[in-house]
Design a protein around this ligand. Structure first.
Ligand code: GDP
Ligand code: MG
Length: 214
């Protein structure tokens, strides 16, 4: 839940990371929340979520970003993962066509399990591997337009567009809820009531795993 009551932040938004195994979800998360990157994949040890607090339009927003523990490999992500999520970062690997083809599957999964108003950003990760590119930027752009998604190519390795991807999602979410709050006010809701956005379980703390510990 997010209430405008805590001095620590104005809003708490749950965002889920989805996409095929190996596309770089966990590294996007560690890049965004800890500015770290791991060369080896450690999909067996999963974090539940990690958080980062940042400013969006002058408000303090705590992004609570959920990562899988590799369940996507077995197509076994439960609906609890999506519950309360207001944003999703759907990641594919620009060097692996199959991960792009599977974007449709992930969109279906979101449609089945997530809130219908969820903000979705598609990210073509590993843009640093341009010489191995299998998906032209143009193809992804067309798909994003058709499906009504935002789109960016990212590199967790080179820290390219990771920040921008999350900033864009958070800004979109913020604008949607601001509009809703305004509409509620105009409809005569009691002034002074905080905007409440359900974002699932809020135990508050980031639950991180060691990455690249040596
Ligand atoms: N070159 C490159 N490799 C990446 C990038 N992001 C992740 N990787 C590598 O891809 C592999 C899978 O990454 P991981 O974050 O575990 O993917 P996940 O299964 O989607 O969580 C690891 O070996 C990472 O080092 C990137 O932006 N560029
Ligand atoms: Mg992972």
């Amino acid at each position: 839940m997010a209430y405008k009551v805590d001095h620590e932040y104005d809003y708490l938004f749950k965002i889920v990371l989805i996409g095929d195994s190996g596309v770089g979800k966990s590294n996007i998360l560690s890049r965004f929340t800890r500015n770290e990157f791991c060369l080896e994949s450690k999909s067996t040890i999963g974090v539940e979520f990690a958080t980062r607090t940042l400013q969006v339009e002058g408000k303090t927003v705590k992004a609570q970003i959920w990562d899988t523990a590799g369940q996507e490999r077995y197509r076994a992500i439960t609906s609890a993962y999506y519950r309360g999520a207001v944003g999703a970062l759907l990641v594919y690997d620009i060097t692996k066509r199959q991960t792009f083809e599977n974007v449709h599957r992930w969109l279906r999964e979101l449609r089945d399990h997530a809130d219908s108003n969820i903000v979705i950003m598609m990210a073509g990760n590993k843009s640093d591997l341009n010489h191995l590119r299998a998906i032209p930027d143009h193809d992804a752009r067309l798909l994003a337009e058709k499906e009504g998604l935002s789109f960016l190519e990212t590199s967790a390795l080179e820290a390219l567009n990771v920040e921008k991807a999350f900033q864009t999602i958070l800004l979109d979410i913020y604008q949607i809820i601001s509009r809703k709050a305004l509409a509620a006010q105009e409809a005569g809701a009691t002034p002074g009531q905080g905007t409440v956005i359900k974002v699932g379980d809020n135990s508050g703390n980031s639950n991180t795993r060691p990455c690249c510990s040596n």
